[in-house]
Design a protein around this ligand. Structure first.
Ligand code: ADP
Length: 704
């Protein structure tokens, strides 16, 4: 576990003056969400917003940002309005809240006019707790008028980094959100993001007019994620072996840079018996929506995607995120890898990286639009990413340092588990630099890395002979290293700024610092890659602050049966499985084998509504799979979930027991609207997803 500094608040909050609201917040946390304690800064944030103050919240993915606005929305009078950039996920967010008994709705262009009118009427009548809106919609005069007709309790600006013009997810419509404060000055605002550099935070505060807000910066460590970066040889094969040996049957995201490699990799996995779907901005909207819906709903599916995929994806049981190409920035890498393990269970962030990645990224920067300052910014981002890849120190500490936080060796990244050796690469560096220098000075020529390596290895291939490079003094001086090792040397020289790469053909040139190595005895230390990278021993050992419940064979069997039951329930209700219960909750159920609703209700993640809705069904599965019950095993499983529950007159999916219904509504003290009808089957986009959608603008996808 990383020895990370405790989360810090920039300002502390005097909670004592808000005892009444705090009690209300605690009560909602337990009753609605089924959690006993706030995590980290949640309580301070919730207090701040409930008392009418503004907040800017920086928390890593999976840190628990949603509760920070959902609880104020439930405690303060009125409706919490959540501005969220991706409308394709709003249905799932609403489904997840509805499953908790929270009255939630959304307004976007996927709806038929009558559906929209219904939600608008519910908002005006105060029959909603939470309303999701796309930022584009908020700009419409009709939306502002609608908000004036109802009562807004809080504005939550989700994914607030979208306001940052230099960021990778910039959305112009976010710039207009500063009007919230002007038009509704009495409504508190909370902006939330997982993107965390000091500069981004300042930019968010300025652009959203949140300079007077309290800033809450959580610890950015994700201890349950194991970070690994390996040398790239044959990326497809490496990926296949990684999935087969470490994550068979697990859900995961594989990121590639180009649309072509997304398609190729998804096909490759399918050909090898691993179910995978592609996702990139070049696919039509319907295919994208279908693939995303399948990923969210099915167990163990892999999505291969460009960075167009992922923002707002809150599937909790993504067990790995793999990068087959180098991300452009540490912020991007951290956001993407953060999508693994939101449920706190052990997960892997795995990446392969090689010389071509560096060459390709530098080429892209050279050819990018924008002024010199913009290119400089891109270059700085890339340098930080390369430093992370080439470090011989703990990767997690390096990541945390990047976000201005400190840590000690974590014991759960590749450099901690399998420390790389460093070696004195000065002579090797001099050989490479000398080859580049001679080509430039003696011949006025520039070549790419492959040709330089051929010269050093003394290969008399046609290109070498054609240019008479076999006559150079450096020809054949590098037979002490192999081809791949020389590529590693060049990659590290590029990463250290001792060599530069330019233009369409990726030619190598010297930098100012090269002279220090060639003529001033500057020492160059390099990372020696292990011959073959073995999966680290502790690969599956770490969980986050809520450790995974260790299960014996009988409990594992029960866990499997609970998952089958959950799959059947989710299918029947047309919601992702995690909306019913998270894996972590099912594991705890399997570990404790509760025999009563009271025991079940004490398990983390089971609030009042879920207890009423699913409690009997869960107890049946538990009873059926407990060895003491002789006939139990054969009666459990998805096929019997509804039937048996029906026989007990209660927990069929989508139905509530009378007792449950009573306690749910009594405790919430409000009349409930009927549970939403099942909107669509897994694999099937909901109605309206093929309608041209003015709200939906996929993030830019570089089609190189
Ligand atoms: P974020 O939006 O920051 O990525 P989420 O709000 O989706 O994170 O929360 C991540 C996970 O942590 C969810 O499964 C959520 O239910 C769980 N969680 C959040 N707060 C708590 C808490 N106080 N106790 C237990 N689990 C929590």
């Amino acid at each position: 576990m990383a020895g990370v500094n405790p989360p810090e608040t920039l300002e502390t909050v005097d909670a004592s003056s808000r005892a009444v609201e705090t009690d209300a917040a605690q009560e909602v946390l337990q009753r609605v969400f089924g959690y006993d304690n706030f995590r980290g800064l949640q309580r301070e944030i919730v207090d701040q917003v409930i008392s009418g103050g503004d907040a800017l919240v920086l928390m890593p993915t999976g840190g628990g940002k949603s509760l920070c606005y959902q609880i104020p929305a439930l405690v303060r009078p009125g409706v919490g309005v959540v501005i969220s950039p991706l409308i394709a996920l709003m249905q799932d967010q609403v489904d997840a809240l509805t499953a908790l008994g929270v009255r939630a709705g959304f307004l976007n262009s996927t709806q038929y006019p009558d559906e929209r009118r219904t939600v608008e009427a519910q908002f005006v009548a105060g029959e909603l707790d939470v309303l999701y809106l796309a930022p584009e919609r908020l700009k419409l005069a009709s939306t502002a008028e609608l908000l004036d007709r109802g009562k807004v309790s809080v504005f939550a600006i989700d994914e607030a980094h979208c306001v940052s013009q230099w960021g990778h997810d910039f959305r112009p419509d976010y710039l207009a959100l500063s009007v919230l404060h002007e038009r509704w000055p009495e409504v508190p605002r909370i902006a939330l993001t997982a993107t965390a550099t000091e500069a981004t935070r300042r930019e968010i505060a300025e652009r959203l007019d949140l300079t007077g807000a309290k800033h809450f910066v959580a610890g950015f460590d994700r201890p349950n994620i194991q970070y690994r970066i390996e040398p790239k040889n044959r990326a497809d094969q490496q990926l296949l072996s990684f999935i087969r040996t470490e994550h068979p049957g697990d859900a995961g995201i594989v990121y590639c840079l180009s649309r072509n490699s997304v398609e190729r990799t998804a096909e490759f996995l399918c050909r090898n018996g691993i179910e995978a779907v592609p996702y990139h901005a070049g696919l039509d909207a319907r295919t994208r929506a279908t693939n995303q819906a399948r990923f969210l709903r099915e167990d163990g599916l892999i999505v291969v995607a460009t960075i167009a995929f992922g923002m707002g994806i809150d599937k909790p049981d993504v067990r790995f995120v793999a990068h087959l190409d180098l991300p452009k920035s540490v912020e991007g890498y951290y956001q993407e890898t953060g999508r693994a393990g939101r449920d706190g269970l052990p997960s892997t962030a795995w990446m392969v990286y090689g010389l071509n990645d560096v060459v390709q990224q530098r080429k892209m920067i050279d050819s990018s639009e924008g002024d010199a300052a913009h290119r400089r910014q891109l270059q700085l981002h890339l340098d930080a990413m390369l430093a992370l890849c080439e470090t011989v120190q703990c990767r997690r500490t390096q990541l945390l340092n990047y976000f201005g936080q400190s840590g000690t060796d974590c014991g759960n990244c590749d450099t901690c588990l399998n420390p790389p050796e460093s070696w004195d690469g000065t002579v090797a560096a001099q050989k490479v630099l000398s080859a580049v220098l001679r080509l430039e000075r003696e011949r006025g020529q520039r070549f790419g890395a492959g040709h330089i390596v051929d010269i050093l290895l003394g290969k008399s291939n046609p290109k070498v002979l054609q240019h008479k490079h076999n006559e150079l003094k450096v020809f054949g001086v590098g037979t002490d290293l192999r081809d791949t090792e020389w590529r590693g040397v060049i990659r590290q020289l590029l990463a250290q700024g001792l060599l530069a790469v330019h233009g369409e053909y990726g030619v190598l040139t010297l930098t100012e610092a090269s002279a220090e190595v060639l003529f001033e005895h500057r020492k160059v230390m390099m990372r020696r890659e292990p011959e073959r990278v073995k999966p680290p021993r502790a690969a599956k050992a770490k969980a986050s602050s809520a450790p995974a419940v260790e299960l014996g064979p009988a409990a594992l069997d029960m866990f499997a049966q609970l998952r089958s039951w959950r799959a059947a329930v989710a299918k029947e209700q047309g919601v992702p499985a995690y909306v019913v219960f998270h894996d972590a909750t099912l594991r705890e159920i399997a570990g404790r084998a509760p025999t009563s609703l009271a025991e079940l209700g004490a398990i983390s993640g089971i609030g009042e509504n879920k207890l009423a809705k699913y409690g009997e069904g869960v107890l049946e599965v538990v009873a059926g799979s407990t060895p003491a019950d002789p006939g139990g095993q054969s009666q459990t499983g998805p096929a019997s979930a509804s039937g048996r529950a029906g026989a007990r007159g209660s927990a069929a999916p989508g139905r509530r027991s009378a007792a449950g219904r009573e306690s749910a509504s009594a405790a919430l003290g409000q009349a409930r609207r009927p549970a939403p009808r099942s909107r669509f089957e897994p694999g099937e986009p909901p109605p309206g997803w093929d309608i041209p959608d003015p709200d939906f603008e996929p993030p830019p996808d570089e089609g190189y």
